[in-house]
Design a protein around this ligand. Sequence first.
Ligand SMILES: [Zn+2]
Length: 120
Amino acid sequence: MAKRRIPRYQQEEQAIAHEKLTHAKGVGRIRADLTKQAPNNSYGPAKLFYEDLEFTCRDCQKKEIWTAEQQQWWYEVARGSIHTTAIRCRTCRQARRGQKNDSQPAVPPAETDPPPETKK
Ligand SMILES: [Zn+2]
């Protein structure tokens, strides 16, 4: 995006200034609560805010938005590692979840396992 090379600390200052600006307007960005994030024991920077993020699904190549709200839930409620990011679209995630039958804490058991009907 920016063609000029600017020092990293200036980029961060600009990002924070931009964050204040957009956050005041309530535009697709949520300030992160660092105390709720999973422990970050590496050099990587913490996430200061969440912003709608476009990504390409690894499985079907569809473009989808990982919203700020979904990120907040993932990092602060589900306590996902901040090094993880969205890689699959909702459809593919659900398909995989169905195949593997994972236990997802936030998702109640689906009604996919009705008692076998006995024939009379
Ligand atoms: Zn997909």
